[in-house]
Write a protein of this length. Structure first.
Length: 232
């Protein structure tokens, strides 16, 4: 992995993503403004009814969402209802790769894929995949899984969530034991503030970046990804 050229590619991807996010926010502001104008000139009863229908459609979209850009197994993901809403137990296994239910956090602007790690009766440890195709730092791992959207695992962003948050999810794939072992070794290095293990050096990003680097903005952005459901 050529760190310098990869850094340039990473920056291009991040800038493109930021532009897309800003465009989305502007579109949403325009829609809200247009909706407010329309509502002021509409019978209140009809406006409320229209809002109810719109919310119902939005729920349906979120519950049936598929990642159209995905390839291979990710494009064939199946929505899974692991247990009735009244039942706390959700069956997932270490190594499962799933897409979280989009309705868990309306602020998510992309499908949120996570790797299932350790679990207890009440909580499950997950690690999210990043939005870019290259690792930003030496705490992110290029996965070599060959699936768009699963290129990079943000090991630094490991989080614990309540099991109930997986009542509804999309089953994507299952990671093999070798990959899990790699993730665990990098996680241990991060926790002990040590360099990435030698066998993984070629698959992680650079260990340092300068003040004002866009990577800090990226890390701040990704740190909030699971904040709404994390118990950490």
């Amino acid at each position: 992995m050529n760190k310098e050229s990869d850094d340039s590619r990473w920056a291009d991807e991040w800038n493109e993503l930021v532009t897309d996010l800003n465009d989305t926010m502007e579109d949403e502001k325009a829609m809200v403004k247009e909706s407010a104008f329309s509502s002021s000139n509409t019978n209140p009863h009809l406006a409320a009814k229209g809002k109810s229908v719109a919310n119902a459609l939005l729920r349906q979209i979120r519950e049936s969402i598929r990642y159209e850009g995905a390839t291979g197994s990710a494009s064939q993901s199946v929505f899974v209802s692991s247990a009735p809403a009244s039942q706390a137990k959700v069956e997932v296994s270490k190594g499962d790769i799933i897409q979280l239910d989009p309705s868990l956090d309306p602020s998510w602007c992309r499908p949120v894929y996570v790797l299932i790690m350790d679990q207890t009766d009440e909580k499950i440890t997950i690690i999210p995949f990043g939005p870019l195709s290259l690792p930003a730092t030496d705490t992110e791992l290029a996965t070599n899984l060959g699936e768009r959207g699963l290129d990079v695992l943000c090991v630094w962003n490991v989080s614990k969530i309540e099991r109930k948050h997986l009542q509804r999810h999309f089953a994507i794939a299952h990671a093999d034991d070798e990959f899990i072992s790699e993730v665990e070794s990098l996680l241990e290095a991060i926790r002990s503030k040590s360099p990435a293990p030698e066998p993984l050096q070629a698959r992680v990003g650079p260990s340092r970046f300068g003040v004002g680097d866009a990577k800090q903005d990226y890390l701040d952005h990704e740190e909030g990804l699971l904040a709404g459901i994390s118990t950490d």
